[in-house]
Design a protein around this ligand. Sequence first.
Ligand code: ATP
Length: 353
Amino acid sequence: MAKEKKGVRLEHISKIYQDPKTKKDFYAVRDTSLEIAPGSFVTLLGPSGCGKTTTLRMIAGFESPDEGEIYLGDEAINALTPNKRDTAMVFQSYALLPHYNIFDNVAYGLKLRKMDKETIKVKVMDILKLVGLEGMEGRMTNQLSGGQQQRVALARALVLEPGVLLFDEPLSNLDAKLRVSMRTEIRRIQQEAGITAVYVTHDQSEAMALSDQIIIMEKGVVAQIGTPQEVYYHPSNEFVADFIGEANFLRGTLVSGETADIGGHKVAVDAAGQNVGGACTLVLRPESAVLGDAGQLPCKVILSCFMGSYQNYHVMVGDTLVKITDFNPKSKKIYAVGDEAWVGFTKEDVHVL
Ligand code: ATP
């Protein structure tokens, strides 16, 4: 459906804003370089204010970078206005035309391009089928549910056959259940249309479910780029580990490439090539740890809570709180508050920072 899948390249991009309170300039985005492969689904993820929307708006052309160059495919696009760029944006607010029906909302951009009526009809009907609104073309947009409005907004962007589709937190106005079903739909539609997508969200589960690659931003810079598995299992720092899922941090010393000392206990790790003799932090996911009568680190249980599909434990290892999620606890030994036990994990379960 897309004319041509295009990649996006940012080369040393910065955006400087003035803080309205202090009147001082600051970098909303600083010296950011990244590459988005043609046809891939890439998410810009990070906490509020980290610069993800600014980055997306620079790709769209609504903001211009103060430093650096943006490429769409091989073309440098800094000087192009948004409508001259081969991109289309799906907004959080949908931005639909209220007194138009679905067909006219979707057809609007094609009419502006002076396309003939018959071609417009074929293209609009094709797209409405793709987004699951077939047969609803005569409905006014103010008679639609939030999810349906979001589909119209998506159709309106897709019908322009952009090289790159941009999404600015498109699901944040929907309720939790609809968000989950719409994100599956967005992924299906992106794959069927075979289009490059750049998607902004602060919701890590949305990013995990949608993305080929996640770009995690922190304070205007890229903290890590990787597949959902890479950023989850091999976070580049504590910020990423903490932002994506839940993480326990065990602090100690790296004794060798295979052993760390955590509070006087030797544990097996896989840290080949890392700084032996120095301080290290082990990242341990709650579902990767087990609680047992034997293990790597002695602990005391301070919370034991049945959650249905899992038993939720909080234990103290020395003065470090460790959270453990023990799935399918039905036939397992359950530890109570006050019990002495051991936290167990294999070297594959911990990531050394
Ligand atoms: P959110 O999830 O809250 O939208 P974000 O990661 O998308 O956050 P941006 O909207 O990119 O963050 O903003 C980055 C920083 O730049 C924030 O500190 C924000 O307050 C600031 N900022 C954004 N737009 C402007 C502007 N036009 N003028 C001044 N400061 C701005």
